[in-house]
Design a binder for this molecule. Structure first.
Ligand SMILES: Nc1ncnc2c1ncn2[C@@H]1O[C@H](COP(=O)(O)OP(=O)(O)O)[C@@H](O)[C@H]1O
Ligand SMILES: [Mg+2]
Length: 350
């Protein structure tokens, strides 16, 4: 199924003095997709979004929406919805007035406004709060109103710049679910910005991983996880361990300087490589042939435990397990590790 391109960013450059906040970016956002800009603080996510919205000019390049060049159009002429980290509701207006704001600005007729506001408040499950004012609402409720307000004008793209950043963990998870549902039910195109990889993986159809004003990789969550295009992306998506060694295809393993043999099945030729190993592919084992080391960290997460093990040669690796940590395991305990066959590596210069 081929979908129309909703937003096309073409060779867009944005400089602030000598800094390229957007460095010749090319990006097509497809109709109806949930696309996320993911990257560390300062990599240029907000700048790119603001240029698409028209709040920031481009230094050079073009931006098209629905095939039409909007590079020189004002934000109002682009029909976009925006939601920011700060709730940015009008505190003196009721919730219903906040939601209807964009419709009134567009001179929509009164009957239509009433109908649309009711629909939007139903959509974000707050119909009972229509007559309240923002200060009387919790942070999560205010953010749902901001979503309703942005969606009320049926924007051609809904842009969300770290909209959950100010919320606590539990609320974030609820709002993430809400966002997925809103995306499904409206079928709108969502452009989402976050620095949180879990959030990006959980929400998005595709993710553009950004670094220094460039897109390091644009791909689906699965693709980013399974086939990160470079070390930067591999390291950013999931808590990987890099292990360097020499690959021998015939032996199907990589031998390290410390004398470890890690099973590997790579599409690379024999020689020096950097393996990318995820914590779920390293297991504690009773097998006395396993790589030996000592536990240096035990971290419990919900439903999983991550052990850090310093191998006898000095390298520290992470190993993640479902379930609670074994009470017999303490810091300093000697353990053995088994590695799954590693399929991901980057070539190193010989
Ligand atoms: N108005 C501005 N003037 C000067 N530098 C800016 C301006 N806006 C952003 N920058 C710089 O551009 C880079 C990208 O910023 P930004 O797009 O806000 O990143 P992000 O949203 O990924 O954190 C940063 O180095 C930031 O300091
Ligand atoms: Mg930002």
């Amino acid at each position: 199924m081929s979908r129309n391109v909703k937003v096309s960013v073409q060779k867009v450059l944005k400089t602030f003095g000598t800094l390229a906040a957007a460095d010749n970016i090319d990006l097509d956002i497809l109709e109806g997709e949930f696309l996320t800009l993911l990257g560390a603080s300062g990599c240029g996510k907000t700048t790119l979004m603001r240029m698409i919205a028209g709040f920031e000019t481009v230094t050079s390049g073009k931006i098209l929406i629905d095939g039409k060049d909007v590079t020189d159009l004002a934000p109002r002429q682009r029909n976009l919805g925006m939601v920011f980290q700060q709730y940015s509701l009008f505190p003196h207006m009721t919730i219903a007035e906040n939601v209807s704001y964009g419709l009134r600005a567009r001179r929509t007729n009164a009957a239509e406004i009433t109908k649309r506001v009711a629909e939007m408040l139903d959509l974000v499950q707050l119909p009972h709060l229509a007559e309240r004012k923002p200060p009387q609402l919790s942070g999560g409720q205010q953010q749902r109103v901001a979503l309703a307000r942005a969606l009320a004008v049926r924007p051609s793209v809904l842009m969300l710049d770290e909209p959950l950043g100010a919320l606590d963990q539990k609320l974030r998870e609820q709002l993430q679910e809400e966002l997925r549902r809103l995306h499904r039910e409206t079928g709108s195109t969502f452009l989402f910005v976050t620095h949180d990889q879990e959030e990006a993986l959980g929400l998005s159809d595709r993710i553009a991983v950004m670094k220094d004003g460039k897109i390091a990789q644009l791909a689906s969550p699965d693709e980013l996880y399974l086939r990160p295009a470079n070390e930067y992306v591999a390291d950013f998506i999931g808590k990987v361990t890099f292990i360097d060694g020499i690959y021998r295809a015939a032996a199907k393993h990589v031998t390290t300087g410390e004398g470890l043999a890690i099973p590997a099945d790579l599409t690379l030729s024999d020689g020096p490589v950097r393996l990318v190993i995820r914590p779920e592919n390293i297991h504690l084992t009773d097998d006395t042939e396993g790589a030996s080391g000592k536990l240096v960290e035990i971290a419990r997460q919900t439903g999983t435990t991550t052990y850090q093990v310093r191998l006898d040669g000095g390298q520290v690796v992470k190993s993640r397990h479902l379930g609670l940590s074994d009470a017999a395991l303490r810091l300093g305990t000697s353990v053995r590790l088994r590695f799954d066959t590693c399929k991901l590596a980057y070539p190193l210069a010989a």
